[in-house]
Write a protein that binds this ligand. Structure first.
Ligand code: TYD
Length: 203
């Protein structure tokens, strides 16, 4: 398996914190289900043991070195995809799998401290999704949206979001010549309009 392998029926949403990936993942799931299409919506970090450990670190509970964080995200992903009945098996069985975040988040968030090539090599053996929807939104606007949520995680500050924004660009550029379809969307659009654009693209 190599980074060039595409996992059919696998769709990923990516973007800064507050860009709307969670909302669009659930709207797409609803729409597919309403149309009678079997689908499975999920997210990273997961709720499995490694993802739960990550969430406690994100909440500021415990601190680990940046490289450990990158390893944890990759380990969580490995289980998410390739454990028995994982996403790879689901997608191969014909179910449409939609994930709110995937390896592009690791490239965007972990590269600042670990280096892009180091994060890339940690994630080199994962399949690419068939379609990557990237919700493009300015870091400043994302921060305004996050501020309304109350509780903030370790990456949720303007300096980090600006850095992440730059690495998302690099990541999208890196994969631009692969068979994965990359769809950039304007994260400023109203939720329903964005959902409509996503739906029209898939149609
Ligand atoms: P997020 O989708 O924001 O979850 P929630 O809405 O429940 O807080 O994801 C949590 C954070 O994890 C987010 O800031 C992005 C970060 N993250 C990484 O740093 N690397 C990764 O590989 C992934 C999947 C997420």
């Amino acid at each position: 398996m190599s980074q060039e392998s595409i996992l059919r029926n696998f769709i990923v949403f990516e973007g800064l914190d507050g860009s709307g990936t969670t909302t669009q993942t659930s709207l797409l799931r609803e729409r597919l289900e309403n149309g009678g299409r079997p689908c499975h919506a999920t997210f990273e970090p997961t709720r499995a043991p490694i993802g739960t450990m990550i969430r406690s670190i994100l909440g500021g509970g415990t601190a680990v070195t940046p490289y450990t964080m990158a390893l944890l995200f990759a380990a969580d992903r490995q289980e998410h995809l390739y454990a028995e009945n994982g996403l790879a098996a689901l997608a191969a069985s014909g179910i449409t799998v939609i994930s709110d975040r995937y390896l592009f988040s690791s490239l965007a968030y972990q590269s600042g401290e670990c280096g892009f090539s180091s994060v890339l090599s940690l994630n080199a053996n994962f399949h690419l999704p068939e379609i990557l929807f990237y919700l493009d939104l300015d870091p400043e606007i994302c921060m305004e949206r996050i501020a309304g949520r109350g509780r903030q995680e370790i990456y949720e500050n303007l300096a980090k979001q600006k850095e992440v924004y730059g690495f998302y660009r690099q990541a999208l550029e890196h994969f631009s010549d692969t068979a994965m379809r990359i769809v950039r969307l304007d994260g400023n659009l109203p939720i329903r309009e964005l959902a409509e654009n996503i739906w029209n693209y898939l149609a």
